[in-house]
Design a protein. Sequence first.
Length: 414
Amino acid sequence: MCKITINSLLNGDDSLTDRLIIDGGKASGSTSLLVKTGSSRGGLTHQGIALVQTKNGGTTHADAFQLDPSSDGYNSAGILNVGAYNYRLKRGGDGGEEQDWYLISSLSPVVSSYLQGRQSAVAMHRHTLHDRQWQVPDQEDSPTWLRMEGAIVHHDGADEQKTEDRRWVLHGGRDIVRFNDIYGGGSRIGLMAQYGTSSGSSDDDVSSSSHSVRGYSAGIYASWFGHNDLRSGPYIDTWLMHGLFYNDVTGQRQRTENYRAQNTTVSLESGYKFKMAESSSAGYYIEPQAQILHDRYRAKNHQMLGGGLVSDMSGNNVTTRLGARFYEDRFDKYGQTVMQGFIEANWWHGPSSQTIRIDNAIGREPMPADRAEFKFGVQGNVMENLSVTGTVGVDTNMSSYKAGRFSLRVNYAY
């Protein structure tokens, strides 16, 4: 096997490069091209960077050339990785001369890792009133609460790309104002804070990348209940949370990129609890719910260490939820509620894709616009002034997207 070293800047089509010229002859056999990329930054090609050119009737065999494994940025899939771009050697390029050989580029999974960082930050803020704070009737109405939630999200995207994200959230707060109204209802206003962390990977058939996010958030909430005993009636809940997020992205054989982002989420939610039936030992209720959330994510342009300017990461999204929760309240011999079990089903609707720009190329990740969520749990008192709730659930688009979730919430009265 013959080996030829070629020095080439891997950017766009007009990159400076050495070339092997075949003048009137025929290239056959097997020749390995060892590409030295120097200070390349990466870029999107249209036709490709010509490494082998023919003239005066020169020809090349279909398997005459391949990339040498000692080339800069080479990986086991036979591609060269530079910044946010993957380069592969292709006879004819993309619409080039049929007998010539070109390096053609495409965006690598590092794009997905940037987008996953954004999606993780937004997801850390999202919660419902029941996720945050809800008392079982007849039990101590506690103003202080703390919840921990974990999730594992798997998405089979386009072009054989797979992403996975593992998230943890620690979220707590306390009512600071409570008051009743003349109509038999009550309101409460509180402050909350949150710490969240996320890590995951993106893989396709040629490369891989990873991401991690950690964020600190604070916010305020306000809730109104139509009935003080919470056994039935309407509720309205609204909250605002703002967070600062620290992000890491690492492409295959690349140095880790660091950047910051911010996210602000506003939520408005409402529901109505209806009694369906009651016996001496249990009461049964159903509660239709609706929620709308608005996210405002902001991140400055980021110059990658390996080349490429990441921009247009900021965006505004609206997500809606329609659902219903079915309750069973278990009574003791005195008719007091000692435990509550529930099953909940939701339909989430949000953006169908998210995009960023790297140099002049737009990276896009399709997402399921609609997802079904199912969860169930149990809550009750473990001590006179300590209530605990455990929940498990899954949400999916019934094909490429699935997420498993579990949470533990503690409400403490003092």
